[in-house]
Design a protein around this ligand. Structure first.
Ligand code: GDP
Ligand code: MN
Length: 345
C-alpha cells in the first residue's frame, strides 16, 4: 500500500523525523488562521506534482482562496485529490534526494541518495550513490555523498532506518530532503510504501477495504474469487456476445464490507446492467458472501440485478440465508451468463 504524503509524514513525525508544520484540509475547505508563506500540496498518490501545478507556494490571504480552488480541481495523472496539505514553507538552501528501499534481487535494504534532489532528480543519474544499509560506515559514506556533516545527518538516518523497520516499509523516499537557510535538515516531501503482507501487524493504518477493480467498459459486472475464476467468467461473458464491465478478483477470506464496497463501485460504473457473482469458496466462506449480498441489497441504492453462482465452503448456510432474504442462486455460471445476456439487451 502506498501512503499519501500526509500519511507518510505522520509516520515520519512519530519516528522523530523533522517535517514542516502543517495541517490537512478537505478539498475546497476554507482553512482557519494561516501564517504565510505556506505551501498548498495536492494529496494524490503520484509524484511529479510540482511540475504539474499540484504544489503551490502562497504568500498571502488574497491568493489562498484561489489556489485552494485551483489545486482542489486539478487532476494530476488522472487523480483528483480528496485532501490538501497546507504546510509552513521552508526556506531552501539545497534540495537532496534520499531513499531507503528493499532490493529483493540482492536481498538487502539499501540507501539511494543524490545531492541533486528536487523535481529534476531523474536528470542527475551521475550523482546517485547506492549503499547497503548494513554497511558499517554507511552513514559516513552517505554524508560524503550528500556533502552534509555526519554529525548532522547521522541521527536523521538512524530515525529513518527505525521508521522503515518498525513499519515494515518497502520504500521510504524523501525528495526533497531540504537543507534550510538556517542550516537544518527537514523532510519536505515523503513517499512511503508499506508491505501489504504486514497488514496484520498494523491494524491502525488506513488499509484499503476494496480490491483493485479494473473497469473494462462493458455492461456485465463481474465479482469472482481468484484471478483464474475472474478470467473464465469474463471469457464466458465474451463468448455469449456481451462484454464485461470490469475485472475483479476479490480474493479469499472476503468479509461483508469488502463485498459491499466492491459491488457499490461496480454498480456505479457507467453502462452496467447487471453483475455476475461467481464464487467457488475455499478460504472464503459462502455465508460471508451471502451476508455481503444481503447487506449490499439493503445499502446500495438502484442496485442492478445480481446473478449468483456460489459453491464451496458453507454453501448450504449461504443458500438458506439468501433464500430467507428472497435472493435466489443460479445452478451454474452458464445460467448466470444467459440471464445476464437477456438483461444486457
Ligand atoms: P512532487 O513534485 O510531487 O515531488 O512534490 P514536492 O513536495 O517534492 O514539491 C516539489 C517542489 O516544490 C520541491 O522540490 C521544492 O522545490 C518545491 N517546494 C515544496 N515545498 C516547498 C517549500 O516549503 N518551500 C519552497 N521554497 N519550495 C518548496
Ligand atoms: Mn517530491
Amino acid at each position: 500500500m502506498q501512503l499519501l504524503e500526509y500519511q507518510a509524514k505522520r509516520l515520519l513525525k512519530l519516528a522523530g523525523v523533522p517535517i514542516p508544520t502543517g495541517r490537512i484540509i478537505g478539498v475546497n475547505e476554507v482553512p482557519g488562521e494561516v501564517t504565510f508563506p505556506i505551501v498548498v500540496k495536492s494529496q494524490v498518490p503520484v509524484g511529479g506534482r510540482g511540475k504539474l501545478g499540484g504544489i503551490r507556494i502562497v504568500k498571502n490571504n488574497e491568493e489562498l482562496g484561489q489556489v485552494i480552488t485551483d489545486v482542489s480541481a486539478l487532476s494530476i495523472k488522472g487523480h483528483l485529490p480528496s485532501h490538501l496539505l497546507l504546510e509552513q514553507a521552508v526556506e531552501i538552501r539545497r534540495e537532496l534526494y534520499l531513499s531507503l528501499q528493499v532490493n529483493r534481487d540482492d536481498r538487502r535494504i539499501e540507501w539511494i541518495v543524490s545531492e541533486n534532489g528536487g523535481v529534476e532528480v531523474e536528470s542527475h543519474s551521475e550523482s546517485v550513490v547506492i549503499i547497503d544499509c548494513k554497511d558499517a560506515s554507511a552513514h559516513e559514506k552517505l554524508s560524503n555523498a550528500l556533502d552534509i556533516p555526519t554529525k548532522m545527518l547521522s541521527p536523521l538516518l538512524a530515525q529513518l532506518e527505525h521508521c522503515f523497520d518498525d513499519n515494515d516499509l518497502l520504500l521510504l523516499e524523501v525528495n526533497p530532503l531540504v537543507l534550510t537557510n538556517s542550516n537544518t535538515l527537514i523532510c519536505a516531501d515523503a513517499k512511503i510504501i508499506v508491505d501489504d503482507n504486514s497488514r496484520f501487524r498494523h491494524a491502525a493504518f488506513d488499509w484499503p477495504d476494496a480490491a483493485p477493480i479494473k473497469p473494462l467498459g462493458g455492461t456485465v459486472g463481474v465479482i469472482a474469487n481468484g484471478a483464474g475464476m475472474a478470467m473464465s467468467t469474463m471469457d464466458a461473458i465474451y463468448a455469449s456476445g456481451a462484454k464485461p464491465a470490469n475485472f475483479l478478483d476479490i480474493g479469499g477470506g472476503t468479509g461483508e464490507d469488502v463485498f459491499v464496497n466492491n459491488l457499490r463501485f461496480i454498480n456505479g460504473l457507467s453502462g452496467v446492467t447487471c453483475v455476475i457473482v461467481n464464487i467457488f469458496a475455499g478460504i472464503t466462506h459462502c455465508d460471508d458472501i451471502a451476508r455481503g449480498i444481503i447487506a449490499a441489497k439493503q445499502q446500495i441504492p438502484k442496485l442492478v440485478p445480481l446473478f449468483i453462482r456460489l459453491e464451496g465452503t458453507n454453501r448450504d448456510e449461504a443458500a438458506k440465508l439468501l433464500s430467507d432474504a428472497g435472493v435466489s442462486l443460479e445452478p451454474s455460471l452458464a445460467f448466470c451468463v444467459i440471464k445476464a445476456g437477456k438483461v444486457a439487451k
